[in-house]
Design a protein around this ligand. Structure first.
Ligand code: G3H
Ligand code: ZN
Length: 288
């Protein structure tokens, strides 16, 4: 059985100081590419569907893709709802076989974020689904969620212990200077803040906005406690860029050669991220 809870993967990553790479997917090509890359690198991975992807593909297709992959995958992976804001989507994710959900209450005031996250945890834990929460707000745009620099706020380390204790989350997304989408300059991460957050809680920490962060910065973040790295934009750029190039170069009237090109391009990006996270080879020792 290769479909496991995200919590199980993150505990292993935390104990062995690497990060599980988590990739946003939209369709069959993405899922095949992510699983093929993970198998080539013998790495655990997390497949993430955002609410935008669910709107695009629908729950039955999202579930079907993941469970089709699970039939033959030689590596353990989780199916995760990314940035869930609608409680309806959280419940449907659980019903449709997701093994992990994120409730993104980062736009809510502290007590309200805690109250709703706690509710999600209570529901999800009854059926052994792990929950990721978010404290602080990550700037940038991801599908429906757009947060301006003014609205964004970094995670306050002083609130972390209370948030984790009162919500019971299994993983915590932190805002320490990364952003969704492409960066204008080089992102500067607040490592002091990350170290303080790490001290305040023992739950696995999650870094969003994994596209465009310099490799050395990612490695340092992992050494300071990041156990899950979320990557989306890089895969989208590889997918659409490779198709755009192919279409410019030749007239193609069969989608399959184009999608093969896209799949290869996504595989390449995913393999690089897996190695950057230090997740390569970990599937052999994880014991799933
Ligand atoms: O939740 C998903 C990630 O935070 C994606 O961020 O698109 O900047 O790589 P990214
Ligand atoms: Zn994110």
């Amino acid at each position: 059985m290769s479909l496991v809870s995200a919590s199980f993967l993150l505990q292993h990553a935390q104990a062995n100081t690497y990060a599980v790479p988590a990739f946003n997917f939209h369709d069959l090509v993405d899922v095949q590419a992510i699983i093929a890359a993970a198998e080539a690198e013998a790495a655990p991975v997390i497949l993430m569907a955002s609410e935008g992807t669910i709107r695009f593909a629908g729950f039955p297709y999202v579930e079907g893709l993941a469970y089709a992959a699970a039939q033959e995958a030689k590596i353990p992976f989780a199916l995760h709802l990314d940035h869930g804001r609608e409680l309806d989507n959280i419940i449907k994710s659980i019903r449709h076989g997701f093994t992990s959900v994120m409730f993104d209450g980062s736009h809510l005031v502290f007590d309200e974020n805690i109250r709703v996250t706690r509710w999600v945890v209570d529901v999800a834990h009854r059926v052994s689904i792990s929950v990721e929460g978010e404290l602080g707000q990550i700037p940038g745009a991801e599908d429906d969620i757009s947060v301006t620099a003014q609205e964004a706020g970094m995670t306050d380390p002083h609130l972390v212990a209370e948030y984790v204790e009162r919500t019971g989350v299994d993983a915590l997304a932190v805002a320490i200077g990364t952003a969704h989408g492409l960066y204008k300059g080089e992102p500067k991460l607040d490592f002091e803040r990350l170290a303080a957050i790490r001290k305040a809680t023992s739950v696995p920490l999650v870094l969003h906005g994994g596209t465009g962060i310099p490799d050395e910065t990612v490695r340092q973040a992992i050494s300071l406690g990041i156990c899950k790295l979320n990557v989306g934009t890089d895969l989208r750029l590889a997918y659409t860029g490779s198709i755009n190039r192919a279409v410019r170069e030749q007239e193609i009237n069969d989608p399959r050669p184009l999608l093969n090109i896209a799949r290869e391009a996504v595989i390449e990006v995913v393999r690089k991220k897996i190695r950057l996270c230090g997740a390569n080879g970990q599937a052999k020792v994880i014991g799933a």
